[in-house]
Ligand binder design. Sequence first.
Ligand SMILES: Cc1ncc(COP(=O)(O)O)c(C=O)c1O
Length: 372
Amino acid sequence: MLTQHFGNDGALPFWVADMDFRSPDVVIDSLIKRSEHGIFGYEYKKENYFDALVNWYENRHRWLIDLNHIEFCPSVLNGISILINQHSDKGDGIIIQPPVFFEFRLVIRSNNRNIIKNPLNVVDGKYQMNFDDLEEKAANPKTKIMIICNPHNPVGRVWTRGELSRAGEICRQHNVLLISDEIHGDIVYKPHQYTPFSSISDELARISATCLSPAKTFNISGVIDAMTVIANEEYRDRFHEFAHRYHINKTNVFASAAIEAAYSQGGKWLDELLSYLRANIDFLKSYLHDNLPQVRLIEPEGTYLAWLNFEELGLDAKELEKFLAQKAQLALNSGYWFGREGAGYSRMNIACPKSILHEALLRLTNAARKHL
Ligand SMILES: Cc1ncc(COP(=O)(O)O)c(C=O)c1O
C-alpha cells in the first residue's frame, strides 16, 4: 500500500486513521474468552451490551440515548450511505464542509448525488463554519442532506453546542437532514467538550441521524459494528426496514464481545490514552516551534489527527506530497485528499509512540533544512 500511494515503501506511516497501540486488555481478554467458548452460532445482542453502550454515553457525554432509537449496521460509512439513499434522490445535493474526511465525497459520488461544498474558513488560525454560505446552500431546494463531522477530521475542531445548534437550525428551516458523524467523539482534549448533536434538543434530534462507533476510541476498526441513532420515528422505521430487508443488522459475536467490554470497562484506558495523545500533541507543537517554525500545527481540539500547514515551504500540492514521501520519507495524507481547500496542508496521525513521532520530526526537519 505504501508503494502504491507514496511510491516509497520506506516511508514511515502516519496516514491511516487507526492507532499503533494495542486495544485495552479488557477488550483483548473478552475476545480471547469469546474465542475459547468455541461456539459461534447466531447470537442476539445481550442486555449487558446495551447497558454498557447507554451508560458510556450517559456517563461520559451526558447523553441519554433511548435504546429504541438505535439502528445497527456494520460501519459508519455504511449507515451514511443508507441515509443518503433514503433521504435524497439521484442528482440531489449533499452539503459537506471541506477540508473533510475524503470518504464523504466518495460515498456521495458513488450514490450519484452532488457534492455541495460549504468550506470551512480559517479565522486567526482556527477553522470555523461559514454560516452565511451554509444558509445559501441549504436554501437550494435540491439540497437534501448535510453531513457534519464532529469532531472534525482532519482539522480537529470539536464543534461547540452553539455552532452545532446554528448549523442544525439552518438545516431545520430548509428541510435538510443533518447527518452527524461522531466516530471521533471520545477523542477530545480538555477543556473542549464533545456535544452529541442529538443531545442539543428534541427538535434538532428529529431532523438528524447520528453515526456512532467505538472503532476509533478503542482501535477496533477491524471488529466492525456501528450504531445509527435516529430519534425521528418515521426516519428510523425506514432505516430499520432497509436493514431488515438487506439483512445487515446481524450480530457479530466478536464485535459484541469487544464493544461490551470496551464500553463497560475501557474508561480508564481511554483516560490514559488521552493523556498520552495530549502529550504527543504538545511535543509536536513545541518541536515545530523550536526547530521548524515554517510548519505550523493547527492544534487539534479532538481526534488523534494533526493538521499541518506547510504553505511556508512554498511548494504546490504535488511537490509537497513528493517532498514528504521521497525527501522526508513520511507517509502523511496530503491535504488536497480532503478537498482542494486542504492544499498546502498534510494530515499526520499522532497515535503512535513518542519515539516514532520524534523520528518523523527528525526526518522532516532534515529534509526541510536541505530544501529551505
Ligand atoms: C469521520 C470518519 N467517519 C467514518 C470513518 C470510517 O468509519 P467506518 O470504518 O465505521 O465506516 C472514519 C475513518 O477514518 C472517519 O474518520
